[in-house]
Design a protein around this ligand. Sequence first.
Ligand code: NAD
Length: 250
Amino acid sequence: MDKDLQGKTALVTGAASGIGRAVALLYGQHGANVMVSDIDEEQGRQVVAELTAAGANARFYKADVGDPAQCHQLVQETVAAFGTLDVACNNAGITGELSLTADYSLEGWQKIINVNLNSVFFCLKYELEVMLKQGHGAIINMASILGQVGTPTLAGYVAAKHAVVGLTQTAAQEYAAQGVRINAVGPGYIDTPLLKDFSAKTKQALVALHPIGRLGRSEEVAELVIWLSSDKASFVTGAYYPVDGGYLAK
Ligand code: NAD
């Protein structure tokens, strides 16, 4: 167990499922107070129940990260519930439309940019307000391997994730001297409900893109998030860390 997360407050968006759920559960195992946030209230409350059953201090707050007012309220509710905000994992995201670029709908473009990029800016902005006053904090933004390379039919997703990496690098430089570290994590394909619209054949083709020979597990991403959240990563900021079974090494 990582003692330096003991008693700290951790906020996770998109925490009802997949990677966010694994991150929230692992923060709890490391002794952090956990604010579980999602638009899916039923599943989100289920994660809080799991955390509570395991002895952790956890709350749920429903927030749509595409709405800046709800992101602001989420941060305020976290501080009201636990007194501080020490670490935040801006994780909520969707796949969005699967279309060639020329066919990508304007509505689909606005949606993916709002949910996968604007959301990270909204959360970051309000998390920073609190962390800069405290003089410390660690923020982990969930990017993707597709924040470094492109792939057909996912223009909106790829554009949003590249921008999340750039936003991370910029904000990290701005606040490094004030005690706030900001990093991005880039998972390869992880077997979560995010891939539910992909056929078995497509999933098999995705496996072949990872030299390790399988899709990743949410817990494998969560371990990296925990390390970046802890003081063990005290000299790490503005970085992009792949956790991708070798995908980007090819
Ligand atoms: P998931 O679908 O299992 O979980 C995503 C969660 O985000 C869900 O609980 C969903 O309700 C929530 N969410 C969606 N829109 C929201 C909104 N507007 N406001 C608040 N919550 C919202 O997906 P996952 O695979 O765990 O993905 C988590 C993050 O990891 C995403 O940012 C995704 O882009 C990224 N990622 C996933 C993979 C992968 O292969 N699964 C790979 C790289 C990056």
